[in-house]
Design a protein around this ligand. Structure first.
Ligand code: FAD
Length: 286
């Protein structure tokens, strides 16, 4: 089995099974899209992404517009169906800095506009994985912002539904601009509540204090509110840390953990130890 089974020259044609808006109409659109992949030969694990080949805009020379999307299903498939895989896509727009015009992001709009029955060319799977430690007593500290929640949806489903009887603590810190933007934790779709009864699981929502300003979510405040537990967990040699979201999150977390560690050097040493011991897994994107 090759690591990347399908590539640009040999994509797999998936079919949209279902597409569901998982944020309310009054906020940014994010869709949970389920793809049917009945005869795909790839295997993926939590934390990996698939590539989507969208038709490129005619004005650009590049024949392919490939963008990556984290797989939101665990390795057992969406809702336990191996022939289905889900992704979570934010419909992106950007402002041209020269003329100030608003342009739709190519792949995200292509995906959000697809209807059930439409075909989509995909590649992959790609990327590093969120490995759950073999020992069920290990603690898992998870930090995700925005669509960075997608791999944690997969990971937590894997831990509780496929691994079962997890004994270590699981702490999920999740940042969004507003309660409406909380993915998989709002009134439209509430997957994580399935696990609220698990003794070991706690989820912390971190909402922006100034949502109208497009601020970073309050992940900093939420981690600081729980500083004692978070820092205690980080000292435990049985704790594994997983982080996913836009790359600006990395700087924010370095600042927070420097404050918790007491100095830049103390945090650099701690991070180095976590990386060397394979207890620090990140998935950052722009
Ligand atoms: C490993 C990896 C995993 C990813 N997982 C996901 C995922 O699960 N869900 C998801 O929606 N995206 C994810 N992305 C981002 C995705 O690949 C695209 O970059 C994004 O959808 C924009 O592509 P586009 O073709 O629509 O926009 P383009 O036509 O390429 O235009 C890009 C513009 O859109 C804006 N933009 C891009 N990404 C974002 C974002 N996430 N939030 C706000 N503004 C943005 C920027 O201003 C940028 O200038 C991931 C990226 C990587 C590298």
């Amino acid at each position: 089995m090759k690591i990347t089974e399908y590539d640009i020259s040999n994509p797999y044609t998936a079919t949209v099974k279902n597409t569901e808006r998982i944020t309310p109409a009054e906020t940014a659109e994010v869709r949970h899209i389920t793809l049917s992949i009945p005869d795909a030969t790839f295997h993926y694990v939590e934390g990996q992404s698939i590539g989507v080949l969208a038709p490129p805009p005619k004005t650009f020379g590049n024949p392919h517009h490939l963008r990556l999307y984290s797989i939101a299903s665990s390795r057992g498939g969406e809702k336990g169906e191996l022939s289905e895989i889900a992704i979570c896509v934010r419909r992106c727009f950007y402002i041209d800095p020269i003329n100030g015009e608003r342009y739709p992001g190519v792949a995200s709009n292509y995906l959000c506009n697809r209807k059930p029955g439409d075909n989509i060319n995909i590649t992959g799977p790609y990327g590093r994985q969120f490995h759950a430690p073999k020992d069920n007593n290990c603690n898992l500290l998870m930090i995700g912002v925005g669509t960075g929640i997608a791999p944690f949806r997969a990971f937590i489903k894997h831990i509780f539904d496929e691994r079962r009887e997890w004994k270590g603590k699981i702490r999920l810190f999740y940042g969004a601009r507003t309660g409406l933007d909380l993915l998989y934790m709002n009134k439209e779709k509430d997957d994580f509540s399935l696990y609220y009864d698990e003794d070991t699981f706690k989820a912390f929502e971190a909402l922006s204090k100034r949502p109208h300003l497009d601020d970073d979510p309050e992940i900093e405040g939420k981690l600081m509110d729980n500083a004692l537990e978070v820092w205690d967990l980080m000292q435990d040699p049985d704790t594994h840390v997983y982080i996913a979201g836009l790359s600006s999150l990395e700087r924010t977390l370095d600042r927070i953990f420097t404050a918790l560690a007491g100095s830049e050097k103390a945090w650099a040493d701690k991070k180095d130890e976590l990386i060397k011991q394979h207890r620090w897994s990140t998935l950052f994107y722009d």
